[in-house]
Design a protein around this ligand. Structure first.
Ligand code: ES4
Ligand code: ZN
Length: 324
């Protein structure tokens, strides 16, 4: 089955580029930027990746990205991910980036987006993997900062396909960002947001995302299964769900494999993705293998997962059809 999954043309739709920063590159960037890391070796960094919930993960995630300072740093980060993805037969990726995780520590928006954009162009030409960027707002910052970031992105509108929302969901519902999302829609951005697994108000947040915000996709969204009305809305609107099995196992007590099977059986457009592969030890290949083992997925079901993913991409119809 591992070989079958390797051979399958794949699509990645839930991937935080800052979550692809492997310890080796972290060391290289620290050296290049003259920064001292509080770790002596790659092994020490990996050993420090011990988290058992979302807040403990996010702390390490934000600390880790402090080595990203210059345009070539962001280029190298994205290029390393795209090289890895291409090696796993990922043909297309939609990549989240967190501009506020950088602007909040003094790295200009332009540095971030220019480095990432240049890597996407070079990867398409050199590796044959296509990708687009999705800008995420950090939901634990004020909505006004998200709005300012949205306005800051407008000179680069053509380089960004849509917006998302991530970071700590507790106490930060979708409704907090209603005005930001309304403006993003007016600017022509497509809309997604995280509705993380097993949150305090998961089903209410999913309802807000669908009904009040009018998202085009939901990141995670597993808890929709608890409410038949949400399942029906997701089906009726054809909304995609970008689920991340190995990540689920880190931030909750389970991969949520049974839930993924139910979503498949219900005919929902569920997809399998890697979230933060450098931290959760698994790119898209490993996520599919882990899920296939947990569920004894058939080849047809694996094909269906990838068909779902290509179907819900934010590519123009003509390009989408070329993958299907
Ligand atoms: C994230 Cl696992 C997770 N949850 C919420 N926000 C995130 N940003 C990057 N990884
Ligand atoms: Zn995520």
């Amino acid at each position: 089955m591992t070989d079958f999954i390797e051979g399958l043309p794949k699509c990645e739709l839930h991937l935080h580029i800052e979550g692809t920063l492997e310890p080796e590159l972290k060391f290289e960037l620290a050296r290049r930027n003259g920064l001292e890391l509080p770790y002596a070796s790659v092994e020490e960094i990996r050993a420090a990746y011990s988290f058992d919930d979302l807040p403990s993960f996010l702390k390490i995630y934000y600390e880790g990205m402090d080595v990203l300072r210059t345009e070539p740093d962001f280029y190298d980060l994205a290029m390393a991910y795209l090289r890895k993805a291409a090696s796993q037969n990922v043909r297309y990726a939609e990549i989240f980036f967190d501009p506020q995780a950088h602007t909040s520590r003094g790295v200009p928006f332009a540095i971030v987006i220019r480095g990432l954009r240049r890597a996407l162009i070079d990867a398409e030409n050199q590796l044959g993997i296509k990708a687009q960027l999705i800008m995420c707002f950090l939901r634990d910052f004020q909505a006004e900062y998200a709005m300012a970031t949205l306005l800051e992105s407008l000179p680069y509108r053509e380089w960004i396909v849509g917006v998302g929302l991530d970071s700590d969901e507790k106490g930060n519902p979708p409704a907090k960002f209603a005005a930001v999302y309304e403006r993003a829609r007016q600017e022509g951005y497509l809309l997604t947001m995280h509705c993380d697994v097993d949150q305090e108000n998961s089903t209410e947040h999913i309802r807000q995302a669908i009904e009040d915000i009018g998202v085009n996709r939901i990141d995670h969204g597993v808890n929709a299964l608890e409410d038949p009305a949400l399942v029906e809305a997701i089906r009726a609107k054809g909304l995609g769900l970008t689920v991340c099995p190995i990540s689920n196992g880190y931030v909750t007590d389970s991969m949520k494999a049974d839930a993924i099977r139910r979503m498949l059986d219900l005919g929902l457009r569920v997809t399998v993705n890697s979230d933060d592969p450098a931290y959760f030890a698994g790119y898209v290949q490993e996520n599919l293998v882990a899920l296939a083992e947990a569920l004894t997925l058939s080849r047809e079901e694996l094909v269906q997962l990838e068909r779902n993913a290509f179907e819900i991409t934010w590519l123009p119809r003509r390009l989408k059809d070329a993958y299907l």
